[in-house]
Design a protein around this ligand. Sequence first.
Ligand code: ZN
Ligand code: ZN
Length: 73
Amino acid sequence: MNTKRARCGNVPCEWCDRDDRACRFCRGSGWWRPERPHQTAAGELSWARVDEPCRMCGNTGKEHNALSAPPAH
Ligand SMILES: [Zn+2]
Ligand SMILES: [Zn+2]
């Protein structure tokens, strides 16, 4: 259903060049579904689920956080 991008937009990007790590925030889907507070017409507070492109991986579904890279030995 939802598509993801091949690259995050940074060129060059070493994270986009590799395919072995899935983004841990969206689990590789490139999308995440946070819940947002939402006020109903009756004035009650409820939660609404929204679909957003994952900002952590630029909607690529590939891990982009350098902090999660395996330590260099
Ligand atoms: Zn990238
Ligand atoms: Zn992601």
